[in-house]
Design a protein. Structure first.
Length: 230
């Protein structure tokens, strides 16, 4: 069976007290994996689908929750510019050193709790959240989805990993020639086993926020779910 049962596991980077150098090194590995194996492409492709067909009178604001090194906001600005749209991007991370590390790519960044976003209702045009949902338990993931929906004015995009034994095996194999840090290798495997099927993700969104999300499989064992903020 290529789809294992979902399991929790423990990821080193779930601990906010992990050494900042290790966290930063691992996030570089995540950014490379996003670039080469489809994580960035999955989010940006869904954003491109949701962007207004013509430029708006004022810049749009995108909040990327759990932004890592800010690689997704950087690509999002480029795809928006290709559409003639000005997109201001803001990355959010839980710790100060990670928020500071994201600033160069994210454009703007802040340190805050994803479960208590420091924004008013419908004050952000788009909210993206990539490979973050699987880190939370059932109650926390519900709170996260509710917060993303609360602050979004135009749309929410959640991207995560599609659970698969094949994906686990391939990640393990390629992590050695790509010189991933051992923490990245371990957390990557755990992340995949914490991932979702398309039905699971769709049902979770429907149960928590009452929306029928547009859910799609993407290359590289990724899934995106998007729904209107209205």
């Amino acid at each position: 069976m290529l789809t294992p049962a979902r399991r929790r596991g423990v990821e080193f980077l779930d601990d906010p007290s992990v050494d900042s150098a290790i966290a930063t090194r691992s996030l570089h590995d995540v950014a490379r994996a996003n670039r080469w194996f489809g994580g960035t492409r999955a989010v940006v492709a869904e954003l491109a689908r949701l962007l207004p067909p013509s430029p708006t009178a004022s810049p749009l604001l995108l909040l990327d929750v759990g932004t890592g090194l800010g690689d997704i906001p950087a690509h999002a600005r480029r795809i928006a510019a290709q559409r003639g749209q000005t997109l201001t991007t803001l990355g959010l991370e839980l710790t100060h050193h990670l928020a500071a590390g994201a600033r160069a790519r994210a454009g703007l960044s802040l340190c805050a709790d994803a479960l208590r976003l420091p924004f008013g209702d419908r004050t952000v045009d788009f909210v993206t959240c990539s490979q973050v949902l699987h880190h939370f338990d059932v109650a926390e993931s519900a709170a996260l989805l509710q917060e993303l929906t609360r602050v979004a004015r135009r749309g929410v995009i959640v991207s995560d990993l599609r659970r698969s034994w094949l994906a686990v095996g391939l990640l393990w194999l390629v992590s050695f020639p790509l010189a991933f840090h051992p923490v990245s290798r371990h957390d990557g495997v755990v992340s995949i086993l914490r991932g979702f099927t398309t039905d699971e993700l769709a049902q979770t969104v429907r149960r928590v926020v009452g929306r029928d999300a547009h859910v799609q499989r993407r290359l590289g064992w990724r899934i995106t779910a998007s729904w209107s903020g209205e």
